[in-house]
Design a protein around this ligand. Structure first.
Ligand SMILES: Cc1cc2nc3c(=O)[nH]c(=O)nc-3n(C[C@H](O)[C@H](O)[C@H](O)COP(=O)(O)O)c2cc1C
Length: 241
């Protein structure tokens, strides 16, 4: 029986020490299938999820993560990878999906709404994602800053902004994954205390990819939860406007 969402959220803790009990690969995979249902900027899905079950590779990744307990004692690892470099491929996949949904007809027969949806991926996305040494992003930023003096504009257009956009979406997917794991009584620990370059090499990832986070997976030892949960008072972060 899966936990209710609120119960899974309450159950999830960052677990640093795991029992020796193995995890069911299929169950973890199912949680990753939930991860990709997370919302993603422009539905570009600029992510990949490496589900590492090979113990030797887990050991190598743990070593590259300073052998911190959450990685060292994990039974499996998930590496959430940002693939901003795949934007063209993903935009094309969206175009193909939309065309199929619209009923594969000549361009002239598309409605105004359908034309807008297609041009979003064919024109607007390339105008934001196309980059050359960060220069195009700076030109876009300058242009939108000037236009923005007179009307609302989209401002996240520099190369660094696009990285944040992609990492934001990957983080949402990671949370979907961790909550799904909690719902079935599996535990996780997100980690960014890692040598991302070494982990990229271990997994044979391309230079342009970026590691969003490493997630240790297993079943908690009671000692693996380091104390009660600490949050600053809700009233100090909740602003009713
Ligand atoms: C992006 C991110 C990176 C983190 N990196 C690490 C890490 O490298 N090692 C670790 O032990 N915990 C890491 N944590 C876990 C946090 O310390 C933990 O979420 C926080 O203390 C709150 O505890 P809770 O998750 O049990 O509620 C990370 C959490 C996030 C969201």
């Amino acid at each position: 029986m899966e936990k209710l969402v609120s119960d899974a959220i309450a159950y999830r803790r960052s677990v640093r020490v795991y029992k020796d009990d193995p995890l069911d690969n299929d169950k973890v995979r199912k949680c990753l299938e939930n991860a990709v249902l997370a919302p993603t900027s422009s539905n570009l899905q600029l992510w990949e999820f490496y589900h590492v079950v090979d113990t030797e590779i887990c050991k190598k990744i743990a070593k590259a993560s300073f052998n911190q307990p959450a990685a060292r004692t994990a039974k499996q690892l998930v590496v959430v990878v940002v693939r901003k470099d795949l934007w063209r491929k993903r935009a094309k996949a969206n175009v193909n999906f939309l065309k199929k949904a619209f009923g594969n007809k000549p361009d002239s027969q598309y409605s105004k709404k359908e034309k807008f949806a297609l041009s979003y991926y064919k024109k607007i996305m390339p105008s934001i994602y196309t980059e050359f040494l960060g220069i195009l992003g700076m030109i876009r930023y300058f242009f939108f800053s000037v236009v923005g003096l007179f009307r609302p504009v989209y401002r996240q257009v520099r190369s660094s902004d696009m990285r944040i956009v992609a990492h934001k979406s990957a983080g949402l997917a990671a949370e979907n994954f961790m909550i799904s794991m909690a719902a079935i009584g599996y535990d996780t620990c997100p980690m960014e205390g890692i040598d991302s370059l070494r982990i990229k090499k271990i997994l044979g990832l391309p230079y342009a990819s970026e590691i969003n986070m490493l997630i240790g997976c297993g079943i908690r030892e009671d000692s693996g939860v380091y104390g009660p949960r600490f949050r600053v008072p809700f009233e100090s972060v909740y602003k009713l406007v």
